[in-house]
Design a protein around this ligand. Structure first.
Ligand code: ZN
Length: 247
């Protein structure tokens, strides 16, 4: 369990929220203690595929092909530095109807950076993505998931909704297609039992450099979409859950 999610649980417990309300703790006004973030809605059949650290010429085009073949849209949190290197891939992501979000320019640990640097990382990434696609950027995922009030404040000042996750693929570890897939399946099953949607954290890139090897992630996504075909599962983009976030 990522530290940030544990933090949500701890605050939810401290506020005396029922276990069933845990998933929404971060969407509730009471949770302004650490800032509102978007995780998922309350429909266990809804699953959002989210991909961080792209664009990546070694995996993003292949991933786009898989998603297109299955007719599924996903959410991509791009790094500005990589978007500047590969604007044509960013354009393809947007043209295919996927949602593009801000993942900062250079992937610093924002929680330890001064406010001016945080703002600069977010503003520059937004401007770059908007220049490339002509579309407004509305979502932000903090690098390393490191949420701090200053980071969330900077995001909200730019009109960005911070987005966390509730299923981790751990696809940065060498666990292979089967390992990634079982992390995703177990997480989705647990969320269904708890009556909430699943927000899956995956990576189409690697923050240390262009060309990260992510084909196991692409194959795991292909398998997941294959298995879910014809089931009740609906793949959504994170904007499907914004109504709850603003309630
Ligand atoms: Zn990242």
């Amino acid at each position: 369990m990522p530290g940030a999610i544990a933090e949500v649980a701890a605050v939810a417990a401290a506020l005396g929220l029922a276990a069933g309300g845990f998933a929404y703790a971060s969407l509730w006004p009471a949770s302004q203690i650490f800032g509102r973030t978007l995780i998922a809605g309350e429909d266990g059949d809804e699953v959002a595929l989210t991909f961080d650290d792209g664009p990546n010429d070694a995996a993003t085009p292949q991933l786009l092909e898989v998603l297109a073949r299955h007719g599924v849209r996903a959410t991509f949190f791009n790094m500005g530095n990589f978007a500047r290197e590969r604007p044509e891939i960013v354009k393809q992501v947007a043209a295919a109807g996927h949602v593009l979000g801000n993942h900062s320019m250079s992937h610093p640990r924002l929680s330890t950076e001064p406010a001016a640097r945080i703002r600069q990382e977010l503003v520059e990434c937004n401007a770059l993505l908007e220049d490339i696609t002509g579309l407004a950027v509305k979502f932000f995922r903090p690098p390393f998931g490191a949420r701090r009030p200053a980071v969330l404040r900077a995001a909200r000042e730019l009109g960005l909704t911070p987005v966390m996750w509730n299923v981790t693929g751990y696809d940065w570890n060498p666990i292979g297609v089967e390992g990634i897939l079982s992390n995703l399946e177990n997480g989705i099953a647990q969320n269904r039992r708890d009556g909430r949607g699943s927000n899956l954290l995956l990576h189409d890139g690697g923050h240390r450099g262009m060309g990260a090897e992510r084909m196991d992630t692409v194959r795991a996504v292909d398998r997941l979409l294959e298995t879910r075909r014809g089931t009740a599962t609906r793949f959504v983009t994170v904007d499907a859950w914004t109504t709850a976030a603003t309630a």
